[in-house]
Design a protein around this ligand. Structure first.
Ligand code: ATP
Ligand code: MG
Length: 257
């Protein structure tokens, strides 16, 4: 096991939208090479938390710390190069691109040669281009989409589109990948494959923060789970602890009483 490093810390983070307190005094950590789950009933603040961590929205109060650096004011585009990448709850793909091209686009955003130097030094650029293509191909195969690498992103299944979003996020070479409902719309067999991919992502040395409604997947892959209800953390612990936590059971069953 590689030595663990604290990657992300949320310290008393809150987010208000007008009168709505979407997230209230939320604190938790994510360490390197760890799979953490973020769960909670509908509207409990999961997506808002991911938006806060990725930099899509700033916190109303509290601190978001990435590897000892306060990133509260850092916009999304400046967090990706630091090693934070995410997927979205809804799919966001380039419809006229092939699967491979989609991932390649994301590889190019981490291009090492500047556009001007590329013009002046075509050979170097070509070598890099080949490197980027090989990297994109490897990521496409990593998520199990090798067979559809040249299909248009709009023609593959919705489960495949979700895997493609993971490959796209991984192209930025993150330390932590945030997955917002990666299993949405997947059938049991597809969820099983997704679980294997998430475990393999960790084997590559990445940390994963996964938000999911599907408890089976969360319980199978996560080492630690943070539970939200009405924007507040109501529990945190190992899957077996969360499963028997009375506040968690109440939050999930409360609505059907
Ligand atoms: N941009 C926004 N403006 C106003 N209110 C918002 C905004 N984003 C989220 N909210 C509100 O904040 C609360 C938390 O929403 P959020 O989307 O974070 O929940 P969630 O746990 O991801 O829910 P779901 O399981 O349905 O995806 C909800 O009451 C929601 O209506
Ligand atoms: Mg959500």
């Amino acid at each position: 096991m590689p030595e663990q490093e604290r990657l992300l810390t949320l310290n008393q983070v809150s987010k208000n939208f007008g009168g709505v307190q979407a997230v209230k005094n939320l604190s938790f950590d994510v360490n390197s090479n760890e799979i953490v789950g973020l769960i909670g009933p509908n509207g409990s603040g999961k997506s808002t938390s991911v938006n806060l961590i990725s930099g899509a929205v700033p916190p109303s109060s509290g601190d978001i710390v990435w590897r000892n650096q306060n990133v509260n004011k850092l916009p999304i585009g400046q967090r990706v190069p630091l090693g934070l990448a995410r997927t979205f709850q809804t799919t966001s793909l380039l419809a006229e691109f092939s699967v491979l091209e989609q991932v390649l686009t994301a590889c190019h955003t981490s291009y090492r040669v500047s556009p001007w130097r590329s013009v002046l030094r075509l050979k170097e650029a070509r070598v890099q281009d080949a490197e980027q293509r090989a990297k994109a191909q490897e990521l496409v195969e990593f998520v199990g989409l090798g067979d559809v690498a040249h299909d248009l992103t709009s023609t593959i299944s919705s489960a495949q589109q979700r895997l493609l979003m993971i490959a796209t996020a991984m192209a930025a070479e993150p330390r932590l990948i945030l997955l917002d409902e990666p299993a949405a719309g997947m059938v049991a067999k597809e969820r099983k494959e997704l679980a294997e991919i998430i475990l393999r992502i960790r084997k590559r040395g990445l940390a994963v923060l996964v938000i999911e409604h599907h408890m089976g997947l969360i319980m199978e892959v996560c080492e630690r789970i943070v539970v939200l209800n009405f924007g507040e953390k109501i529990a945190e612990g190992k899957p077996e602890e969360i499963q028997r936590d009375s506040a968690v059971i109440e939050a999930y069953l409360g609505g059907v009483h």
